[in-house]
Structure formats: structure tokens, C-alpha cells
Design a protein around this ligand. Structure first.
Ligand code: URA
Length: 279
């Protein structure tokens, strides 16, 4: 099969090396065969805005807001005015839930403090808990490759804010055994994320996975229903997509995640309208 430039770039971003037809079957960097049909590259969306010609998908308003969580967020008032150093300190010292007893360290966030892009994930895993940085394990490596395919990076120095990404999680501490966050943990940790978003003032938010979506859009609707539209969080356009860890287990959905990133890029480029700011 002959791959177009776009398809090659996409496959490379996903960590798959494409061999030319004369060289034999497609293979990974380790030489293991991969099942390219699973990726369905022929139906992949177009790359970033400058090269796009397809009509923009329609925007959507915020999802319905369910009732607030049972547990009030005890820290909300306390963190609402903190600057970066104070916020970082508050997170490091946090004992608002029992995760403080099992964490190695808190995982605050990474990236330029005024990045145009903000990625919100779920919670630190084992490697993040060890290193104190979000998304450094296999899921993070996939995330970095996807961002790089759009010319984006978590690096702080030397880049244009338009190419910078701030990455944070809904939870700042690792749930033991990587179990799902509880509603109580999410509610108690939420003010930290809210403050991070307020300080970064991103131009676009990518909510990755169920817990980020629940925290930001207050909805239990499945990702599949929410993606492909532009939502807003406090006036900031927000695009929903699959969590990279899920993508590692569900190769076909990588193409959809790529479409989501392209949608976010289109919003920033003004190719797609974000919902009007409320109020
Ligand atoms: N998954 C997440 O959601 N966040 C991380 O930091 C790592 C894995």
C-alpha cells in the first residue's frame, strides 16, 4: 500500500514505522509486524489547520451540569487567589484526602505557565508518582508524540506559547494500584486544577478521558458522545478526547483522537467557531 505524506506523519506520530512496499510488510521499530488495517488510516482526519480544506465541524455548548458532588471542596476558597509558587506549595503539602498517605510525592503539572494549550488528564500513575511529573509513562509518551505531530510540546523554554502545552491532572496524587479516583478525591482536589486553569488562561483545553471530562464539564456522558464538538469551560473552548492509556489498548480509536487534536487546532486557528462566551 502507498501511504500519503499525511498518513505517514500520522503513523509516525503514533509510534509506528511504515516500511515502503518494496521493503516488505509494515513493521514497528522493533521489527514486529503491526496490523495497519486496525488503524484505518484511510479514514483519518486531515492534519492541522493550515493544510485543511474540509468544512469545520459544528460547535456545541457545554454539556448539562449534574448536581455538585456530595463532598464540598474544602480548599476552594483557600486556593482561589494563590499564585504559582503558593499553589505549588499548597499542592505539595496537601492532606485533604487519604491519597497523601500513599503517594511518594504530589504531581503538580508541567509546561509553560502561559501555554496556549492545556491538557487535562486523570491522575498520576506509578511512574508519575516516582518522577513528580504528569504523563511520563507509556501513555505520556503517546501523548507527547501526538502533540509533537501538531508541533506542540510541554517544553518550557524557547518556544512560542502557541506551541506550548501545560499538562495537569484532575488528581495530584496517585491512587493506590492506579484505581479510579473516587468522587470525594476528585472534589477535594478540584480547586487545584481550577486554579491552574485560571493561572494558565489557556486558549484551548483538551480533556482526556472520563474523569477530566467529568471534572470540567460535569457530565457522565461517554467520551464517544462528547468528542467531535467544541465545548467550553469557563469561557475557554474545550475539546474532549480519549485518554492516551485507553488509546494504547484501543488502536482504532487513535484516529479519532487525532481528529480531536485537529479539531482543537482548528479552534485555535479560527477555522472552527468556539461556542460564544456566556455572560
Ligand atoms: N494518566 C494520567 O491521566 N495522568 C498521568 O499523569 C499519567 C497517566
Amino acid at each position: 500500500m502507498g501511504w500519503t505524506e499525511r498518513q505517514r506523519a500520522m503513523l509516525q506520530a503514533m509510534g509506528l514505522r511504515v516500511w515502503s512496499p518494496v521493503a516488505g510488510p509494515e513493521a514497528t521499530a522493533t521489527g514486529e509486524p503491526v496490523h495497519l488495517p486496525e488503524l484505518d488510516v484511510d479514514t483519518m482526519p486531515s492534519p492541522p489547520p493550515a493544510r485543511r480544506s474540509s468544512p469545520p465541524p459544528h460547535a456545541a455548548s457545554d454539556a448539562a451540569v449534574p448536581p455538585p458532588s456530595a463532598t464540598p471542596a474544602p480548599l476552594a476558597g483557600a486556593v482561589a487567589d494563590l499564585d504559582w509558587p503558593a499553589l505549588r506549595q499548597a499542592v505539595a503539602a496537601c492532606q485533604a484526602c487519604s491519597l497523601c498517605e500513599t503517594r511518594r510525592q504530589t504531581v503538580f503539572g508541567v509546561g509553560a505557565e502561559r501555554a496556549h494549550w492545556m491538557v487535562v488528564g486523570e491522575a498520576p500513575g506509578e511512574q508519575e508518582d516516582r518522577r513528580g511529573e504528569p504523563f511520563v509513562g507509556p501513555a505520556g509518551q503517546l501523548l507527547d508524540r501526538m502533540l509533537a505531530a501538531l508541533g506542540l510540546s510541554r517544553e518550557v523554554d524557547g518556544t512560542d506559547p502557541a506551541q506550548q502545552v501545560y499538562i495537569a491532572n484532575t488528581l495530584k496524587c496517585r491512587p493506590p494500584g492506579n484505581r479510579n479516583p473516587t468522587p470525594d478525591e476528585l472534589a477535594r482536589c478540584e480547586p487545584f486544577l481550577m486554579r491552574q486553569i485560571a493561572l494558565v488562561q489557556p486558549r484551548i483545553i483538551l480533556a482526556m478521558g472520563r474523569f477530566a471530562v467529568q471534572a470540567l464539564l460535569r457530565t457522565d456522558a461517554p467520551i464517544g458522545k462528547l468528542r467531535g464538538q467544541v465545548h467550553t469551560y469557563q469561557g475557554v473552548p474545550l475539546v474532549v478526547t480519549y485518554h492516551p492509556a485507553y488509546l494504547l489498548r484501543n488502536l482504532p480509536d487513535k484516529a479519532k483522537a487525532w481528529a480531536d487534536l485537529c479539531l482543537a487546532a482548528d479552534v485555535l486557528a479560527g477555522v472552527v467557531d468556539a461556542p460564544a462566551r456566556a455572560g
